[in-house]
Design a binder for this molecule. Structure first.
Ligand code: ZN
Ligand code: FE
Ligand code: FE
Ligand code: ZN
Length: 270
C-alpha cells in the first residue's frame, strides 16, 4: 500500500516518450490511494534555444496547453490533489531567460534536472556509447558541479534524480563518498528540496535516486525531501513506494515536503 503518499514526478504524452492520458495517471494514483500527485513533464528546451538531438520534451507551443490541461484535471478531481509542476533542465547561461519564462506560469513547483552534458543526453538509452569514450572521473566531477550550479541558481524548488549520472551503471574507480558529502552540503546550503526518485530501480543502476548513503547524509543535514516515481506510463505511478517509504524512515525522515504556488510545507511521512 502506498496510501497517503505523494508522487510529484509524473510525465505526460506531450514529451513524446510517455504513454497514456493525464486522466489515466490520476486514476492510477487514486486507485493506489495517493493523497496528492504532481505532473512534472519535460519543459520545452527550445524556448531556451536548445534543440536536443532526440525529442525528449514537449514542443514550445504546447507549454500553455500543458498548464491548462493539468489545471483542468485538478479541478475535476474529487479526492486527489493534483499539482502543477515542471521538470526543467539546468542549462548554464540560460538562467535569466528561464527565470523569466517560469515566472509567467502558475507552477506549484519546479524540478531542476540535469540530463545533458555538452549537448549529450547521458540519460538517454540510445546514447550510452558516450560513457565509453569519456573519463568517468571527469564526467562525475562535471555532473556534480552542474548539480551544485543548478542548486545555487535559485531557479528550482526541487533537485531531480540527484545522482542520475549512475543510471546505466557506469562508475569511476575513485571513492564516491566525497561526491555524496559535497552534494548533501550544497543541498543544505541552498535550501533546495531533494527528490527520492524511484525510477532508478528499473534502470541498469538498480537503485533509487539518490542511493541510500546520500539520502542518509541529506536527512542528517535537515534537507527536505519529496517523492516521485518519474512515471512515463500510468501503471508506474507510485512505483516502489512502500520500499521508498521504508527507506525514508530508515534514513531518518519523518516528513515529506509539499508545494503550492512554489511555497513549501511539510506533512508527516505516513
Ligand atoms: Zn522523460
Ligand atoms: Fe529527468
Ligand atoms: Fe522525469
Ligand atoms: Zn526525470
Amino acid at each position: 500500500m502506498v496510501k497517503d503518499l505523494i508522487d510529484y514526478h509524473i510525465h505526460t504524452a506531450l514529451c513524446g516518450h510517455a504513454a497514456g492520458e493525464m486522466a489515466d495517471y490520476a486514476a492510477a494514483a487514486a486507485r493506489k490511494g495517493l493523497r496528492e500527485i504532481g505532473f512534472a513533464d519535460h519543459f520545452p528546451l527550445r524556448l531556451l534555444g536548445f534543440d536536443p538531438p532526440a525529442k525528449v520534451t514537449m514542443e514550445a507551443e504546447e507549454l500553455d496547453c500543458y498548464v491548462e490541461a493539468v489545471r483542468r484535471l485538478a479541478r475535476s478531481q474529487q479526492q486527489l490533489v493534483v499539482k502543477l509542476g515542471i521538470e526543467v533542465d539546468y542549462l548554464p547561461g540560460k538562467e535569466e531567460e528561464l527565470r523569466d519564462i517560469l515566472s509567467r506560469y502558475p507552477f506549484d513547483y519546479v524540478i531542476g534536472s540535469i540530463h545533458f552534458i555538452d549537448g549529450w543526453d547521458f540519460t538517454h538509452p540510445a546514447q550510452t556509447a558516450g560513457y565509453k569514450t569519456r573519463d568517468l572521473g571527469a564526467l562525475y566531477r562535471r555532473y556534480f558541479d552542474l548539480v551544485a550550479e543548478a542548486c545555487r541558481s535559485g531557479l528550482f524548488d526541487i533537485i531531480g534524480h540527484v545522482d542520475v549520472i549512475k543510471k546505466f551503471g557506469f562508475f569511476p574507480e575513485e571513492d564516491l563518498e566525497p561526491y555524496w558529502q559535497k552534494t548533501a552540503a550544497v543541498l543544505k546550503e541552498t535550501g533546495i528540496c531533494l527528490e527520492l526518485n524511484t525510477a532508478g530501480k528499473e534502470a541498469p543502476a538498480g537503485e533509487f535516486y539518490p542511493r541510500r548513503r546520500l539520502l542518509e547524509l541529506c536527512s542528517e543535514q535537515g534537507v527536505a525531501v519529496t517523492l516521485g516515481s518519474d512515471a512515463h506510463a500510468p501503471e508506474q505511478v507510485g512505483r516502489f513506494f512502500p520500499e521508498a517509504r521504508a527507506l525514508l524512515r530508515d534514513a531518518g525522515y519523518r516528513e515529506v515536503a509539499l508545494f503550492s504556488g512554489r511555497r513549501r510545507s511539510t506533512v508527516p511521512l505516513p
